[in-house]
Design a protein around this ligand. Structure first.
Ligand SMILES: [Zn+2]
Length: 462
């Protein structure tokens, strides 16, 4: 109850303050978004335009009087994989598969030369505490396994277990059981009925560091149907058996050669501090990188994703540096390489943890398209209910979502035991398209998001 009272009071206080600060805040955010989306920065792709954006961001933080809090300065840097080239041949049963549209090498795959059986292991999940073991009675040692992506029908995975559905987790399970490779079959239930989805296209995977010792590939549902029909097996029946955790023994002959080359880029996360005291740390974050134009198209600038979040965080940094939160150090973190697979946040979460930090992260990702449906709050449900109440005072409708509903930089923090919340105004048709442009942003809406975020952060103080 006490915390609610604090939120309410903070809300009234803030409403008066915001009314005075509006025009300046909006014009600053517009300027910042225009800078971040300038064509010369090419969408701020990691290793391409991101270093230019990083240089500019550091100047802004310095101007605001924040302290550098990275490794010897502003940055927490590391090398991240940005591209992958695979030389491969792949034959399954009687069929030779064509790269890219019939099969795809996953970003975390290791090399392999293999000729032998591939054994079917349902969904490739082995979790005794959930009563599901796809490997029951199967010894995959030295072999390649075949598994559906996704999870069995009816199996509920809580926040703690949802990683079990990820392809990388499934590959790690196979590896631990001695398998040399895993071939995923695109879950026939996972795609909808839209024209694009019916085509069963394989989405471009993120480039990762290799999971040493195991090759990982994905085949389309269409290819799986064809290969198994040749063997007299039926994919729908296989999936039904996998759902009930009793897959029939099934194997297919496979020849596979895979040689992978990865290229890397230096990636810089920016870490700055607004000192406030000794209580648990608050972290305020947005990713400043964008998709590469090679992926998203030549004119991609990533205005909503995520120049919007960066502009809001800069505005918050300005307000918090003028009027620090009592008893709380605030770390302002601009993550790089989010689009490549949350590399920046994985790095900084570990980095902060190794320095004994604990506390709460507020992440902003795509906050430039506020609509009537309001601001989505991905985090603790109870806290969201409180935030909804406070929203009435900051005039933003708050919609509560599971933390996992938006795959952004709060994930690695949650995994490491930090509290973490992510705010977003949600995806639009322009998501990851060249049409995600500055002129489509709702700047008064961004000001409202700024108000809510400030209010939320101040409510964390003792
Ligand atoms: Zn984003």
């Amino acid at each position: 109850m006490r915390q609610i009272a604090v939120l309410v009071l903070g809300g009234i206080f803030f409403a008066t303050l915001a009314a005075q600060a509006n025009p300046d805040s909006i014009s600053r955010m517009k300027r910042h978004v225009n800078t971040l989306t300038q064509p010369a920065w090419q969408g701020r792709a990691t290793g391409v335009g991101a270093p230019l954006a990083a240089e500019w961001l550091v100047l802004r933080l310095d101007e605001l009087g924040l302290e550098p809090a990275g490794d010897d300065g502003w940055f927490v840097s590391h090398q991240v994989p940005v591209d992958l080239k695979a030389k491969s041949t792949f034959q399954m049963g009687a069929k030779t598969l064509a790269p890219d549209h019939e099969f795809q090498v996953l970003g975390f795959s290791d090399d392999l030369e293999y000729s032998g059986d591939a054994v079917f292991v349902g969904y490739g999940i082995s979790a005794a505490h959930l009563g599901h073991d796809s490997y029951q009675g199967i010894d995959p040692a030295g072999k390649v396994v075949l598994a559906f992506t996704g999870i069995p029908k009816g199996l509920e995975l809580g926040v703690r277990d949802e990683h079990l559905a990820s392809l990388e987790s499934k590959a790690a399970v196979a590896l631990a059981k001695g398998a040399r490779g895993i071939v995923f079959i695109n879950d026939p239930r996972a795609h909808g009925d839209g024209a694009d989805e019916r085509e069963d296209k394989l989405a471009l995977p993120n480039v990762e560091l290799p999971l040493k010792g195991i090759a990982a590939l994905r085949i389309s549902e269409r290819v799986a149907l064809e290969v198994f029909a040749d063997m007299g097996a039926d994919l729908a029946a296989m999936q039904a058996e996998a759902d009930s955790n009793s897959p029939s023994p099934l194997s297919v002959e496979l020849r596979l050669t895979l040689q992978i080359e990865r290229s890397f880029a230096e990636s810089q996360n920016i870490v700055a501090k607004i000192p406030g005291g000794r209580g648990p740390t608050l972290m305020l974050a947005a990713h400043y990188d964008g998709l590469s134009q090679a992926r998203a198209g030549k004119d991609y600038t990533g205005a909503d994703d995520n120049a919007s979040g960066v502009a809001v965080v800069l505005e918050l940094a300005r307000r918090l540096s003028k009027d620090p939160i009592q008893n709380r150090d605030v770390y302002v973190v601009f993550h790089d390489a989010e689009e490549l697979g949350l590399y920046g946040s994985r790095r900084t979460a570990h980095w902060l943890k190794a320095r004994g930090k604990e506390g709460k992260l507020l992440n902003l990702d795509m906050v430039g398209r506020l609509r009537e449906s309001g601001l989505r709050f991905h985090g603790n449900a109870e806290e969201c209910l409180q935030a909804q109440k406070s929203g009435k005072f900051t005039k933003v409708e708050i919609a509560c979502d599971q933390p996992a509903a938006s795959p952004s930089d709060h994930w690695p923090y949650l995994r490491l035991g930090f509290e973490a919340v992510s705010l977003t105004t949600g995806r639009t048709v322009d998501y990851h398209q060249h049409t995600d442009r500055a002129e489509k942003l709702n700047f008064p809406g961004m000001l409202q998001v700024t108000g809510f975020a400030e209010h939320y952060l101040r409510a964390q103080a003792d």
